[in-house]
Write a protein that binds this ligand. Structure first.
Ligand code: SRM
Ligand code: SF4
Length: 514
């Protein structure tokens, strides 16, 4: 068994490094049967709270005994059969069971009982799905354009590449000790379209379409990340790669190896890839990657092909395949219940070719619907809930999990976000969508820095009491010329948000009172 802890320079290891050095998180995969038998209360605390995350199982202190299961959905694509399997898994938990579409084009299942895990994992395997290495110091779900293979203006179809990178990292979902002990979490995105659908700038590695000497491939940016302490947009690696498995998978492997062997394991707040790039400088980092690859990287193309505004894909759109369409449905704050999942699975089969896609905006797309099927599709009752023409603020709303399930949360997010967006949509006429992102704490899972208006949970003092509040972010730009927004106002009590956002929307986004 390959163990990969490589602390550098005898540095003092942080608490999590010690946990990993004692036992690789992936070892947990062989103990699941045992845990199911003894029950979570009898488990070793570190196994329960940390190591289970290596196989995607998250103990939730907010709902003890009801676990979250974070899947992997390469490129955000799944089949109706897979969605049905996931729907049945959460259905058995009644009111506790649901699923969230995440900001990484992924699904997280809720209400899961540990005693059911062996059976659930068997069902996932049968349906060719995995939750392997989806939490802690592993590579998160790999994102790609939700339009891959459908869009007439697409440059590179990323589906196979994303799958191949995932297979390399997880050993085809079986688990891969080579990459289960990184210094910190790691995000990879592969963009194939013109609109930067994946938010390339906020990933540790992102591939962005670019022509070099007339050949289409990718420029590579590295080091983008958000954390409570620091947020940075990715910077150019000064590398261009051709869109082949060897080049893309090989480069991911090389960068991950360099990060694994040289990234700092002392201070967890300073362990993401960008800290290593800072310490070394990008040239030394690139040389180390080249040494790992065994060849020199081609310098980047002068320009990339990201020249469109970001699309939200909500509505009905023709595909590049004549006579076929995709329908993007708005799922309020990404929350799905078993009946919705089973409905979506049925609709994908009846009207499309059985495929379902997810977006980083936490919405759902059903592709491959023939013209003749469209009218009946649009009469399906679920479209009243998952609208194809939601009001402007609800349309672009994104929210992290928040206090309902997440113990880091300083505020409740999803319900509050939705209620407020509905109230503001009622009160105001807006000439365009305004992208509001909620995140329950400074970890920034809801990406407030990419939003027009970002709201980050905090605690504030109001009338002598500590109440739930937010810090306000503005100026996030997505699509072409993407850049991060910044904090413009601190400590607004959530109860005061309606008037504050009303004024903000009138002054900055052309809203008019109804
Ligand atoms: Fe996140 C930790 C939820 C996307 C930055 N994130 C967590 C945990 C696991 C904390 C915990 O154990 O409770 C949250 C689980 C709550 C729950 O029960 O759902 C959590 N993160 C999420 C999700 C579900 C938010 C959502 O509602 O969509 C997203 C899951 C994505 C996925 O499918 O894997 C999610 N997290 C993100 C993103 C956005 C992105 O990747 O584009 C970020 C910022 C980008 C980045 O990482 O650079 C993000 N999450 C964090 C961090 C801060 C990382 C850091 O370097 O400091 C933490 C805390 C940590 O890792 O120590 C964290
Ligand atoms: Fe939890 Fe904070 Fe992430 Fe929201 S931003 S899911 S509250 S860790």
């Amino acid at each position: 068994m390959v163990q990969s802890t490589q602390p550098k320079n005898q540095e003092k290891l942080n608490k999590f490094e010690k946990i990993k050095a004692e036992k690789d998180g992936l070892d947990i995969k062989d103990q699941l049967e045992h845990f199911a038998q003894i029950g979570w209360e009898a488990m070793d605390k570190t196994d329960l709270e940390h190591r289970l995350k290596w196989v995607g199982i998250f103990y939730r202190p907010v709902t003890p005994g009801k676990f979250m299961l974070r899947m992997r959905m390469p490129n955000g694509i799944l089949t109706s059969e897979q969605m049905r399997v996931l729907g049945y898994i959460v259905q058995r938990y009644g009111d506790d069971g649901n699923a969230d579409i995440t900001t990484r084009q992924n699904l997280q299942l809720r209400g899961i009982r540990l005693e059911d895990i062996p059976d659930i994992f068997n069902r996932l395997k049968d349906a060719e799905m995995t939750s392997m290495q989806s939490g802690m110091d592993n590579v998160r779900n790999i994102t790609g354009s939700p339009m891959a293979g459908l869009d007439a203006d697409e440059l590179i179809d990323t589906r196979e590449l994303v799958q191949k990178v995932q297979d390399m990292i997880t050993n085809h979902g079986e688990g891969n000790y080579e990459f289960t002990n990184l210094p910190r979490k790691f995000n990879i995105a592969i963009e194939g379209g013109r609109d930067n659908s994946v938010h390339a700038e906020i990933n540790d590695i992102a591939f962005v379409p670019a022509y070099k000497n007339g050949e289409l491939g990718f420029n590579v940016v590295v080091g983008g990340f958000f954390s409570a302490k620091r947020c940075e947009a990715a910077i150019p690696l000064n590398a261009w790669v051709s869109p082949t498995d060897d080049a893309v998978v090989g480069l991911c492997r090389a960068i991950l190896t360099v990060f694994r062997d040289h990234g700092s394991r002392a201070n967890r707040q300073k362990s993401r890839l960008m800290w290593l790039i800072d310490e070394w400088g990008i040239d030394k980092f690139r040389e180390a990657v080249e040494a790992e690859l065994g060849y020199k990287l081609t310098p980047e193309a002068e320009t990339d092909e990201i020249d469109w505004e970001k699309r939200d894909h909500i509505g009905v759109f023709p595909q590049k395949q004549a006579g076929l369409n995709y329908v993007g449905m708005h799922v309020p704050v990404g929350r799905l219940y078993a009946e919705n999942m089973l409905d979506l699975a049925r609709m994908a089969e009846v009207y499309g070719n059985g495929e379902i896609r997810l977006t980083v905006e936490q919405n759902v797309i059903i592709p491959n619907i023939p013209d003749d099927n469209l009218e009946t599709f649009l009469e399906e009752p679920i479209l009243e809930k998952f609208s194809i023409s939601p009001k402007p603020l609800q349309r672009a709303l994104v929210s992290c999990t928040g206090a309902q399930f997440c113990n880091f949360a300083l505020v409740e997010t999803k319900n509050r976000a939705l209620t407020l967006a509905k109230e503001l949509d009622e009160a105001l006429e807006l000439p365009q969508t305004v992208r509001i992102h909620w995140t329950g704490c400074p970890n920034s899972c809801g990406q407030p820095q990419v939003a027009d208006i970002g709201l980050m949970g905090t605690k504030v003092r109001k009338d002598g009491k500590t109440v739930e509040g937010v810090d306000l972010y503005m100026g996030g730009k997505v699509g072409k010329d993407a850049h991060l927004g910044t904090c413009v106002q601190k400590g607004i009590a959530c109860d005061d948000l309606f008037p504050v956002l009303t004024d903000l929307l009138i002054e900055n986004f052309g809203a008019k009172r109804r």
